[in-house]
Write a protein of this length. Sequence first.
Lengths: 132, 210
Amino acid sequence: MLATPASEGDRGVKILVVDDYPTMRRIVRNLLDQIGFKDVEEAGNGAEAFEKIKVSRYDMVISDWNMEPMTGLELLKHVRADAALSKTPFIMVTAESKTENVIAAKQAGASQYIVKPFTAETLKAKIASVVG
Amino acid sequence: MTVAPQAQPAPEKGLARIAGHVAAISGEVDRLLGMPMGTAEDGDRLSQVMAEMQGMSKLLADTRAEIVHLSPPPTGLGDTLDAVVDETEQAAMEIMKQAERAQAASGRLTSGASTDTKADLAEVDDAATCILMACAFQDITGQRIRKVLSAMRSVEERIATLVALMGIRQEDLPQDAGGAPPGSDAALLNGPSSSAEGGLGQNAVDDLFN
């Protein structure tokens, strides 16, 4: 269990978790649940995620990078290019850990960057930094 | 400089074709070796030529044998790795299921919502045992991966031997075979990297990012 009481996290925040591995989606969802974010939806790739984002508004996107048919980086660029969505906090959670990847994500407008494998505390700290 | 890709036959067909050519050449050399000797004054030169040809014949036979041995090993390496992917996924799912069971029971105990504390404690204990048992996947997948590694090493050795037999040098090999153009988004898809491969830890990422 994480230290944060369940009541502290939520505040009606709706989160979209995007990853092609159901195991990783489940891990992130479990950690989010522990820190009080109960309103969580999932998508298996960037294209599926973008369809959901266009229809329903999300307060935060937590996305993997390496997916098909649309990568997390492409999803991020689509989100940032859309005036209605461009301010959405976007956390990249990825095994891609090279300097050029971090720089590319930052340039594309990622709010935070988490390297897999990550700890529950890291995820919690990054979420706290983007939801304020 | 990049070389325009050319239509190439399937590797197995190509190997069979090369093996056929080598067999034909080898047969021809054997036939020449079987021909009657020349006159006495040509003796020295002829025996020298004979030795050369025998060497060539042996080289061709070795090359043919190597090519024949290059065919894929009988055990399906791809199937073995597919099994590893399935087993690790199943194990991860099982471990998560049990961890969530333990979390639920411990949540009831801490919040005071538990109606049977002994049963909930037993549930946490049982979930922990199930997690322990699910970790047995590591033994099975480890063995499978080792099998694939040993097959890959033997193929690597055969190819190295064949390359040496054929006298192919490093500079003969085509440079920059495929791959995404540098600077493109596709070039950023490398998967996990160890620190030796230039992978950064979370602290280094934070330093770059913030």
